[in-house]
Unconditional design. Structure first.
Length: 705
């Protein structure tokens, strides 16, 4: 490291204040709730479509004044909540099932309402259990289950005669099917757009990663914690984005039973992005290993040239636009220039630029032939529905515990609200069930967002209701608020609740005349606060999932995944299988680290769990595994030493990681020969990991070495 100039004092590393993370970008601080806003997720077209589905029926009711139309409008509104996007066939199944089941549920519960609490409460709790347990199927099923809970709570407000129950069921189904018909037939959005946007998010995440890495390269002596924060803030988010995009693309391919050219392009761009991600991890390791000033400057120069290219490609993918490759080619060539003095960095840069060049092209590679899915590409009904139910039906499953907890806690709440509650008492049960999540940290976050959004949105709704004095103004505001709310549903849950609450206030004032807007706001806020507190307390008292135990399991899984990663890199299979095995092992190791950090984040947010010795040790192990993964990425792309010395250290590294990941595994004997330049840093990280997780055995092993 070159000495600083005598004319100026050495600059100190600049500490950057990390903003609060969002669900898509969790952030570097695992102890902070990811409740930040993601303004890029605004979907105005979906908001307009949802607002029209609901508003058209609502305005029709304002003209003809036929009460059953209110049920139809309400069903259309709720069906839009269920539509989380994805392949058309999946959405069609979910929305149709919701429309029919919701109608039967409303009519059926209205019929049994006069039979008394001894029958109504057990039936309702059984339905709540089913609605919360079906989250094991998919995100779409989870959304439909949550909305069916809302239908259940509102259906229990009023007893129905057989004629009323039949008409309500028919009108509810009609409203849901109307929204489905509008979403999938008349106002059908581009079927490939969500998948391409997901791929664009991956490239945008790579650009953010490169920008932050350039910042670290510009620091004279960045702290070790800076690289740990960088890894948690960006590598976790990029890996999550890659898996999200992969799931969306494969679901789209399965729904169409073929890999079209558009799907092939998305898969190719995603594959290129994932390979760039692996190379950038290797560059991070080079910067973290105390390089010279010249090496750091070369890396900073390359990263500065790379970031605009990633941004341009991300925009082109998002907007489905064509790139002028002739104009882009000089920038691609210039990006890797001037790196001849740094052969390792030059090799990585050349590979990155090559994948960027592929990502910029809008055609499939030579030799690729889109065709039908292979046998087993489509999941049968047993694998899709029955297997998840059976696999999660165990006391160790967070999903089963969540379903049981929700139904048990809902029982006294239902009995109390049905016996002594008023017009708006159903908000208590709705808040309780929808706020409660399988893990305490998620429940605490959901409670904060729901309570804060309800109070803030309620005040806004009361003010708007005060000035909307005529039915025409009320109908217009309801339509506008519906559009705004559904457009903002992906920004954050708290922001969505804030936008949704004014709509609820106006709807209640129109449908339940005789209540002032401030009365509605006050009762909704009170029931929301009370329900949120019950949900948070229930997660700590009833069958809690003790996070240190989850951290221990996820740490073992991460250690085992990294043992396989090390085996694939250090003792590779011959021939063409090598890259495929390494790619699979790299992905599994990244996913395991993401799961470990998710468990650590929940533990740090759970009372007293953050100071548990196992959690503190897992925090150190997590950072160490990130460095081991980065070092393996370097060795994957650079030649290493051969011979018996290297073979001994390779075997020791793999066996040590495997032993740490196994229950009671015996640590192998440490080689007594020098590691060599290729393995000294990797062996030091493995020693640190061993000393953190098994300090006694580590001291004994080092003493005999």
């Amino acid at each position: 490291m070159s000495a600083p100039s005598p004319q100026a004092p050495p600059s100190r590393p600049r500490r950057r204040r990390e903003g609060r993370g969002s669900l898509g970008q969790p952030g570097a601080d695992l102890a902070r709730l990811p409740i930040g806003l993601d303004l890029r997720s605004i979907q105005i077209s979906e908001g307009v479509r949802a607002g029209f589905a609901f508003g058209a029926v609502f305005l029709l009711d304002a003209l003809v004044h036929w009460p059953p139309l209110v049920s139809m409008a309400f069903a259309a509104n709720l069906a839009c909540f269920c539509d989380t996007g994805g392949p058309v066939r999946v959405r069609l199944r979910v929305l149709t099932a919701f429309s029919l089941i919701g109608g039967l549920l409303w009519g059926g519960l209205g019929l049994i309402r006069p039979l008394g609490l001894p029958l109504v409460v057990p039936v309702a709790c059984a339905v709540i259990f089913a609605c919360t347990y079906i989250r094991v199927w998919s995100i779409q099923a989870q959304a439909a289950g949550n909305v069916l809970v809302v239908v259940l709570c509102i259906a229990l407000d009023r007893a129905l005669t057989p004629a009323q129950a039949g008409l309500t069921a028919v009108m509810f189904a009609a409203g849901g099917l109307w929204a489905t018909f509008l979403a999938l037939v008349i106002w059908r959005l581009h079927p490939y757009r969500p998948a391409h946007r997901a791929v664009a998010d991956v490239w945008r995440g790579l650009a953010r990663l490169v920008g932050d890495l350039e910042r670290l390269a510009a620091l004279p002596e960045p702290e070790t914690s800076a690289f740990d924060g960088h890894a948690r803030a960006h590598r976790r988010g990029v890996r999550t984005a890659i898996e999200t995009a992969r799931t969306m693309i494969l679901d789209l391919a399965r729904s169409r039973e073929r890999v079209s050219e558009r799907i092939a392009q998305a898969l190719l761009r995603l594959e290129s992005a994932e390979q760039i991600f692996s190379h950038l991890i290797a560059i991070t390791e080079l910067l973290d290993s105390a390089p010279s000033a010249e090496q750091r400057d070369a890396a900073k120069r390359f990263l500065r040239r790379l970031r605009p290219l990633l941004v341009v490609i991300a925009r082109a993918i998002r907007d489905d636009a064509n790139l002028d490759l002739a104009r882009l080619e000089p920038a691609l060539v210039r990006a890797s220039e001037g790196l001849a003095a740094e052969p390792v960095l030059a090799g990585l840069a050349e590979r990155i630029v090559g994948r960027v060049r592929i990502g910029a092209k809008l055609s499939t590679p030579d030799g690729y032939r889109p065709g039908g899915l292979d046998e087993g590409g489509r999941l049968g009904w047993q694998a899709r529905y029955l297997t998840p139910l059976v696999q999660n039906f165990t006391t160790a499953s967070p999903n089963l515990r969540h379903a049981v907890r929700a139904s048990v806690v809902a029982a006294p709440a239902l009995a109390g609200t049905l016996s002594y509650g008023g017009t708006f008492a159903h908000w208590l049960v709705i808040t309780l069930v929808l706020t409660m999540q399988p893990f305490y940290a998620a429940t605490w976050q959901r409670a904060l967002e729901r309570i804060g959004g309800t109070v803030l949105g309620g005040v806004v709704g009361a003010v708007l209701a005060h000035y909307a004095a005529t039915p025409l103004w009320q109908a217009a505001l309801i339509l506008v608020l519906s559009i705004v709310g559904f457009s903002a549903r992906q920004i954050s849950y708290g922001f969505f609740v804030t936008c949704l609450t004014p709509l609820v206030v106006l709807l209640v004032e129109v449908l339940e005349p005789g209540h002032s807007s401030w009365e509605i706001v006050g009762e909704r806020a009170a029931f929301t606060v009370f329900g949120g507190l019950i949900a948070v307390g229930s997660c700590l008292v009833l069958w809690p999932i003790w996070e240190p135990d989850q951290v221990r399991r996820e740490l073992r899984r991460a250690l085992s995944a990294h043992a396989e990663f090390a085996r694939a890199v250090l003792t590779p299979a011959p021939g063409a299988e090598r890259e495929a095995m390494i790619a699979t092992a790299t992905r599994n190791a990244g996913l395991a680290l993401n799961d470990l950090e998710a468990a650590l984040s929940r533990a740090l947010q759970q009372p007293r769990a953050g100071h548990h010795p196992e959690v503190e040790a897992a925090m150190v192990a997590d950072a160490t595994l990130r460095r081991i993964s980065a070092r393996l990425s370097v060795l994957r792309h650079t030649p290493d030493g051969a011979g018996p010395v290297a073979a001994a250290w390779k075997a020791w590294i793999v066996e040590t990681l495997a032993a740490l990941g196994a229950e009671g595994g015996t640590l192998p004997e440490r080689p007594g020969t020098p590691q060599g330049a290729s393995y000294a840093r990797l062996a030091a990280q493995v020693d640190l990991l061993t000393g953190t997780l098994r300090p006694g055995q580590a001291r004994a092993t080092l003493a005999t070495a």
